[in-house]
Ligand binder design. Structure first.
Ligand code: SAM
Length: 244
């Protein structure tokens, strides 16, 4: 197999990426098709589909795998079978995500630093609500068909519902840093969606919700510094300390 494209993502680092697509709807990516697939014929009629299946390689995961893995959903300690999980540590390292198709561009990119690929001078799919690391090789693209791919009555084992969303607060300093950006509204929404998932490793989450330990998530071109603390009612709040 050879990659058909490569992802340019708002997630430059693995830490903080939501564990499934759709959890952060403001997450954006550009899927650059690579030669010889950067032929506009390859994407003819694709704009008729609102969502796509992206099949990709977990290129930043180790090639080693084990039959049992510890999914964050089970608290990071209990183990389950690799094929009963969506873990990145798996044979062949293949991932799949349903993402929103926000646009299709052909021809040369007018973005600063935009990539140029091959003789067709570029085909780019603009994606939203994804869970893909920057640089992810894409192995295939298919339209999502709700009448066959959505099974609302399906059982979902130990992951029956979306993960809980936590409150996200911004310090005055973080608010000021946001205001200075032209993309403040979308960046703010992305930060809220990402932190609401509590990106901390499962084994930290139980121990360090005292507001003392600071974590950093890389989003777009910023480092979002945050702490987590437990409210008197037991709920968790993520506090954005600074955006640098
Ligand atoms: N939706 C996909 C699936 O079910 O196959 C991915 C699920 S996996 C649990 C999601 C995690 O994969 C993200 O939180 C991110 O940290 C990681 N990830 C995304 N792209 C990756 C890549 N190219 N290499 C390694 N890990 C990646």
């Amino acid at each position: 197999m050879q990659p058909v494209g490569i992802i340019e993502s708002c997630y430059p680092d693995k830490f903080g990426i939501p564990r499934q697509p759709g959890l952060a709807r403001h997450a954006t990516a550009i899927l650059h098709l690579l030669p010889p697939f950067d032929d506009p014929d390859c994407v003819r009629d694709i704009d008729g589909f609102s969502h796509l299946w992206i099949h990709f390689l977990f290129h930043a995961s180790p090639t080693r795998w084990t039959p049992l893995i510890r999914p964050p959903r089970l608290g990071g300690n209990a183990r389950t079978g690799v094929f009963a999980s969506r873990s990145t540590h798996r044979p062949n390292r293949l991932g799949q995500s349903v993402v929103e198709l926000a646009g299709v561009e052909t021809g040369a990119s007018d973005r600063p630093g935009g990539r140029q690929t091959g003789r067709h001078s570029g085909v780019r799919l603009l994606l939203r609500g994804h869970d893909l690391l920057d640089g992810t090789p894409v192995m295939d693209i298919k339209p999502y068909l709700p009448w066959v791919d959505a099974v609302p009555q399906a059982r979902a084992g130990y992951a029956p519902a979306p993960p809980p969303r936590h409150a996200v607060m911004f310090s005055d300093e973080a608010e000021q840093q946001l205001e200075q950006r032209s993309d403040s509204a979308t960046l703010r929404a992305l930060i809220e969606e990402v932190l609401a998932q509590d990106p901390r490793p499962a084994y930290h989450a139980a121990k360090t919700a005292d507001g003392k330990r600071q974590y950093g998530v890389q989003l777009v071109d910023v480092d979002v510094r945050f702490t987590a603390y437990t409210q008197p009612d037991g709920s968790l709040t993520m506090q954005v300390a600074a955006i640098v």
